[in-house]
Design a protein around this ligand. Structure first.
Ligand SMILES: [Zn+2]
Length: 71
């Protein structure tokens, strides 16, 4: 399943499964979701990241940081 790189308000980037209109573990509000960051384990708002603004290294790390496979 495709994963979307998201930017969390805690400052981390990670890859998550982003399915509009179908999410069981996150509170949705507009284009943002509240979910647990897999890096720092805090709950924070996330939104799809503008990957063109990330460096290649940031993008690589984000793609290797996956949250749980349950959307
Ligand atoms: Zn974080």
């Amino acid at each position: 399943m495709n994963r979307t790189i998201v930017a969390s308000e805690c400052g981390h980037f990670y890859a998550t499964i982003w399915i509009d209109f179908m999410s069981f573990k996150a509170v949705r509000l507009g284009g943002k979701r509240l979910q647990r960051c897999p890096v720092c384990r805090k709950r924070a708002w996330v939104s799809p990241a503008d990957t063109s603004r990330l460096t290649a290294e940031e993008l690589r790390q984000a793609q290797q940081t996956l949250d749980s496979p349950i959307p």
